[in-house]
Design a protein around this ligand. Structure first.
Ligand code: UGA
Length: 432
């Protein structure tokens, strides 16, 4: 099939490349001409393991193309995916749909034969109805169908999540597009992916409800971890003990810093805001947002305790600053709260991240990037393991054990407390 992806951000680029790899002809479109020129040269705008290889392979075999000519790309395609950003509106919690609606307007000008318009951007329920209204102002409804096909790709795991999804969700209100979309996903269905076909609004809500539920699970275990710290219990035992109950499930029960990234913080706020419009109080999700906002304060309070309130002039090494491993994404990372606080308190911060130095810390006093793990740890009073990169799991702390005052604060529980203590270093984790 001939596909057009509007937007070469995370969702559009990964989905477009993967669809081309499944045998479709795909044009990824972006109004940023520079980005398109770079993609044609094989320069990938985001850090995502495996993506570059897949882009090069499919661009070379001509199933994948890049363009900044939207009209022409839409005309050439059978299916048009809207994959643009839906950030939080300024001074509000709701999603800003400007880019989605402007894509819909552009599409309405270029429908030259029957097309399916699929919204892949994360949007509040009923947005598909709005898209349909916008297009029908210019085009007769028999020439197009609007569907919703949310993505469930995790940054850092996006290619695998696309190829081996737990499920594919497609929401459409007509049988013609339902049939075509099932056919589009048939290579994944035949490999065992579950296919969930719903009406359009249900698919939109499944996306928000999924992210809100996962955020709830994380906040739940984070709060249980707080209790574990006071009762001398290891939260890892609790995660295993409850996660083995199939009704609960073991994934997303890793206690840690506040959850971050471009999705959970934004989408939990947006679903609450949508529900408010319908006069529905999503009190659980509201509590989750509050709990997560408080999380960084709690960790800083514990950090003060660990350092016996003596942070001034201490050297603190941060290992990993992104919101999670395998990404260079800093959006809503808890390090953005922790590092500025510590710098203000007079600490000297040395941070190392496998994805390099970060502009977010450029103007902070006494914060500098270390080019190796060793450099970051050497001479520090405290090491904070902030992100769970594999590179950190193999650190041999024995090498640093001459420095008896060294304290490890393992915010991802990747080390065994007993092993670290045996070396003679002080160890603190989360919920243990
Ligand atoms: C999330 C969802 O997992 C994807 O399914 C979804 O498609 C995506 O949002 C989106 O809406 O686009 P992502 O933001 O890439 O994906 O990251 P996650 O792996 O979900 O992690 C989010 C945050 O939760 C991170 O800060 C991570 O460290 C934290 N987390 C995750 C925990 O603290 N504990 C866990 O057990 C899992």
């Amino acid at each position: 099939m001939k596909l057009c992806m509007i937007g070469t951000g995370y969702v559009g680029l990964v989905s477009g490349v993967c669809f081309s790899d499944l045998g479709n002809e795909v044009i990824c479109v972006d109004k940023d001409k520079n980005k398109i020129d770079n993609l044609k040269k094989g320069i990938i705008p985001i850090y995502e393991p495996g993506l570059e290889e897949l882009v090069l392979k499919n661009y070379k075999n001509k199933r994948l193309n890049f363009s900044s000519n939207l009209k022409d790309s839409i005309k050439k395609s059978d299916i048009v995916f809207i994959c643009v950003g839906t950030p939080t509106k300024k001074n509000s919690n709701s999603a800003d749909l400007t880019q989605v609606f402007s894509a819909a307007k552009e599409i309405s000008k270029s429908i030259n034969k029957f097309k399916i318009i699929i919204n892949k951007s994360t949007v509040p329920v009923t947005t598909g109805d709005e898209i349909e209204k916008i297009i029908s102002r210019k085009v007769n409804k028999k020439f197009f169908s609007v569907a919703s096909n949310p993505e469930f790709l995790r940054e850092g795991e996006a290619i695998r999540d696309f190829i081996y999804p737990d499920r594919v969700v497609v929401g459409s209100n007509d049988n013609k597009s339902k049939k075509i979309l099932k056919n589009l996903y048939s290579p994944l269905i035949s490999k065992g992916a579950k296919y969930v076909s719903t009406n359009r609004r249900a698919a939109e809500l499944i996306k928000y409800a999924s992210n809100a539920f996962l955020a709830t699970k994380i906040s739940f275990i984070n709060e249980i971890a707080n209790l574990c710290e006071k009762t001398n219990i290891d939260v890892e035992d609790i995660s295993i003990g409850i996660g083995l109950d199939k009704r609960i499930g073991s994934r997303f029960l890793r206690a840690g810093p506040a959850y971050g990234g471009s999705c959970f913080p934004k989408d939990t706020k947006a679903i609450v805001s949508t529900a408010d419009k319908f006069k529905i109080n999503l009190s659980i999700i509201k509590s989750v947002i509050k709990s997560n906002n408080l999380r960084s304060h709690l960790l800083l309070k514990r950090l003060n305790l660990i350092m016996k309130n003596k942070i001034k002039n201490k050297t603190i090494s941060f290992l990993g600053v992104t919101f999670k491993a395998n990404t260079d994404d800093m959006r809503d990372s808890s390090s953005l709260k922790l590092i500025p606080y510590l710098s203000k308190k007079g600490a000297k911060i040395k941070y190392y991240d496998p994805t390099g130095s970060k502009k977010e810390f450029k103007n902070l006093k006494n914060v500098e990037f270390s080019s190796t793990i060793q450099e970051s740890i050497t001479g520090s009073d405290l090491v904070i393991i902030h992100t769970e990169w594999n590179d950190f799991k193999s650190i041999n702390f024995k090498k640093f054990s001459k420095n008896k005052k060294l304290i490890i604060y393992d915010m991802r529980n990747i080390f065994s407390p007993t092993k670290i203590k045996k070396i003679g270093l002080k160890y603190f984790g989360i919920g243990r």
